[in-house]
Design a protein around this ligand. Structure first.
Ligand code: ADP
Length: 473
């Protein structure tokens, strides 16, 4: 998942909000628990510490200050509340005696040092006490220190267990929330992902048939899909109009150009009194006219193929013979060797052992082969090879060259109309960029496939796969 995707952002934001909310609720609940369990003891200890000097002053009237302190501490101490009073010199004046054995000895806590002046929870060994120590001032005179300690081990353990439970519940709830949020967002955005998948798979040929159908999507996305479908319809209409326009223009231009070409040819044949310059100019004009007529013918073929009006005469084609003829023809025109090799694995008992017979339109297949061999010769300086083989009831023709090759990002694009390499050093002058587009539409019209394997500077192999012809009994 990309960090800039809507799914990622929504998931992270919702998870962050949930974690912050859950943590806040847990902290608040923990604080409330502490208030209920511990704070009462702190307040009580604060009250006793505040009242202690008054109590001593009251009891000392009958028997001196030390007796007053001792009586006060005996009176106030309980099973869990311990009191220790030390003189200014550090001698113990009074120390309460607590009954339960498990109450921590207050003298030991005081000896460990650092006693807070306001009541605080202190852990001592495995027990917890609320503890405070203050100067004892009687009638304006500092007579020593009074230490108070309330054992709250049970309450503190209850609080610890409560906080632990709360943390566990919060963590589990957070994990469940994270999973639920991630799942929900993924399912909510799935129709969008589906939409983009369908949209990116639509080819120009499917424009009129493909429709986005998102049955389970929410209304907003259905609305988007509806708008997308309408856009597809408009696109398909304008594509159709463009196709018709190209077809009509090609048709209208071809006739006058053929007439011009004819006149130029006859002028060249009969023009004995033409100057060298005039002969050259007419030859160039004639060659360009031929090239343009060929391009218009290609465009017409493509327009016919697009509208389904290109008819194929499917019949058994002896590929060995056809390929050998194409090789001879290309060798003659280009003066370059074209090698042919055959390998027939699943041979047909009804025909010669080595013959490979495909079901195709012979003339159109020949046109495609000439085009591919012509390209192979144009874009390489070595021998071109045509390999013929059969595999799993398919006839396969490879046209291999060891030329300039085609970089990977361009390999799908070479079959597009008017695509030509943008590198002027590797681009032929006389090409139109329509040859491979026509080859693809002709081969597909014969129920075959055309594919390409190529590596820059190593060469290219165009592969045509056609159905093997099977005689009907
Ligand atoms: P063109 O008329 O330009 O040859 P094509 O449709 O036949 O048009 O080819 C399209 C482009 O594909 C060419 O311009 C060229 O860049 C590239 N191409 C075709 N065949 C080969 C090949 N055998 N080796 C390298 N590049 C090729």
């Amino acid at each position: 998942m990309s960090p800039t995707s809507l799914q990622f952002r929504l998931t992270v934001e919702l998870i962050a909000i949930s974690v912050i909310s859950l943590t806040s609720v847990s902290i608040w609940a923990g604080w409330r628990m502490e208030q209920t369990l511990i704070n009462g003891h702190k307040q009580m200890l604060e009250y006793i510490a505040m009242r202690f000097p008054d109590q001593v002053a009251m009891y000392m009237e009958t028997g001196g200050i030390n007796a007053g302190i001792e009586r006060t501490s005996n009176k106030l101490s309980t099973a869990r509340l311990s009191i220790l009073v030390k003189s200014a010199e550090g001698e113990v004046i009074a120390k309460s005696v607590n009954n339960p054995d498990n109450v921590v000895d207050i003298a030991a806590i005081v000896a460990s040092g650092n006693i807070p002046t306001t009541p605080q929870v202190v852990q001592f060994a495995d027990r917890y006490v609320v503890m405070c120590g203050n100067g004892l001032t009687i009638n304006g005179k500092l007579v020593g220190q009074v230490y108070l300690s309330q054992d709250i081990t049970n309450e503190q353990r209850q609080l610890n267990n409560g906080i632990y439970g709360l943390a566990m519940v919060s963590i589990s709830a957070t994990i469940i929330l994270i999973l639920a949020i991630a799942y929900r967002i993924r399912t909510a955005l799935a129709p969008l992902a589906q939409m983009s998948q369908i949209a990116s798979d639509i080819s120009i040929e499917d424009l009129s048939i493909v429709k986005l159908q998102l049955a389970k999507a929410p209304d907003e996305i259905k609305g988007l899909a509806q708008a997308f479908n309408e856009m597809l319809f408009r696109l398909s209409e304008s594509w159709e109009q463009q196709r018709q326009f190209v077809g009509n223009v090609s048709h209208e231009l071809r006739t006058p150009l053929t007439v011009i070409g004819g006149y130029l040819q006859s002028l060249l044949r009969r023009g004995d009194n033409l100057s060298v310059y005039q002969t050259q100019a007419i030859s160039t004009a004639s060659a360009e006219t031929e090239r343009t007529i060929q391009m218009l013918q290609d465009l017409l073929d493509l327009a016919r193929a697009d509208s389904g009006n290109l008819h194929f005469r499917q019949s058994p084609v002896f590929l060995n013979t056809l390929v050998a003829e194409v090789a001879v023809m290309s060798e003659k025109v280009s003066d370059r060797p074209v090698k042919v090799s055959f390998s027939n694995q699943d041979s047909n008992p009804d025909v010669d052992q080595d013959d490979i017979v495909a079901l195709a339109d012979q003339d159109r297949l020949q046109q495609v082969l000439i085009n591919l061999v012509d390209n192979a010769i144009k874009y390489s300086a070595h021998t071109v090879e045509i390999k013929l083989e059969t595999k799993e009831e398919q006839a396969i023709i490879h046209i291999c060259d060891r030329g300039i090759g085609i970089p990977l990002p361009h390999q799908q694009r070479v079959f597009e109309r008017f695509y030509r390499s943008d590198d002027p050093s590797t681009r032929s002058r006389d090409g139109t960029g329509l040859g491979l587009a026509i080859a693809k539409s002709l081969i597909e019209g014969m129920n075959g496939r055309i594919s390409l394997r190529s590596k820059p500077n190593e060469g290219s192999t165009f592969t045509i796969t056609l159905p093997i012809w099977k005689p009907t009994l």
